[in-house]
Design a binder for this molecule. Structure first.
Ligand code: HEC
Length: 230
């Protein structure tokens, strides 16, 4: 079916839905009742269809990027409703994400901070103009300040300059540092385990970063020798 034909079929379906939904709404719109979801459903339907038909596979980016999980669906719905996600549901979502975190298989949380810095700088990978062999970057500077020497950084996330120092990490192998290092791994692996609707990408969970890469990023943040902690 060509596109214009597809859209006329779609419009017909839409009209049918409006015809079906509007009387229901009128019926429900009695004093004291709240009937307002009908039109939203029709618009949602059109929106999803329009997105589905206008996206295509391009290079390594497949249409499947539109398939979201329940975390994204609930957080988007809260966004659309213009209010924060219900507290109880937020806790459930954080628990689901926390359970999915892959902890380092060899128990080593801290890698090489210099490799971490290179990853934090790079926003490459996973776009239609990359090929499957382009190594993925962590893109951290896009949202965070890290090394004071780098003057180009985004501010969607808090500054992570002196991250380890401020949290008292003087020796990455000391038992006193364990909790903060584990949290740092978990946060990078799956940010939504600690903040259900975080804007931060779930680097490990979504397969953006490998275990070895997360190890280097943890080092960038916590290693007392790292540029972040000078
Ligand atoms: C699209 C923006 C964005 C990107 C990219 C991003 N972050 Fe974040 N990050 C945030 C936001 C927003 C927060 C604060 C809210 C929250 O905790 O979710 C945050 C919080 C954090 C925290 C927790 C800080 C604390 O005090 O508890 C850490 C650690 C962190 N980010 C590390 C990273 C690293 C490492 C990268 C790169 C792999 C990265 N972030 C990429 C947006 C981003």
């Amino acid at each position: 079916m060509n596109k214009s034909k597809y859209f006329s079929v779609l419009s017909a379906v839409g009209v049918a839905l409006v015809v079906a939904v509007v009387p229901v709404q009128a019926e429900q719109a009695k004093p004291g009742s709240s009937a307002s979801t009908g039109n939203a459903e029709v618009f949602d339907f059109f929106y999803r269809e329009a997105v589905k038909t206008s996206f295509r596979d391009q290079g390594i980016v497949k249409k499947s990027v539109l398939d979201t999980d329940e975390t994204n669906r609930d957080c988007s719905a809260a966004d659309v409703a213009g209010k924060p996600l219900d507290k109880k549901r937020a806790k459930e979502i954080e628990a689901i994400n926390l359970k999915s975190i892959k902890w380092p298989s060899d128990g080593k949380f801290v890698g090489d901070w210099k490799q971490g810095e290179a990853l934090a700088q790079s926003g490459r990978g996973l776009t239609y103009s990359d090929d499957a062999k382009t190594p993925n970057g962590g893109n951290c500077y896009n949202c965070h300040q890290l090394d004071k020497k780098e003057i180009s950084f985004g501010t969607i996330g808090p500054s992570l300059y002196n991250y380890g120092k401020q949290r008292g990490v003087t020796d990455v192998n000391s038992p006193a540092s364990k909790a903060i290092i584990e949290y740092t791994w978990g946060k990078i692996w799956n940010s939504k385990a600690y903040n259900a609707c975080s804007n931060m990408p779930r680097a490990g969970h979504m397969g953006i970063m490998t275990e070895a890469q997360v190890r280097h990023l943890v080092a960038l943040l916590v290693d007392p020798k790292s540029a972040v902690n000078q």
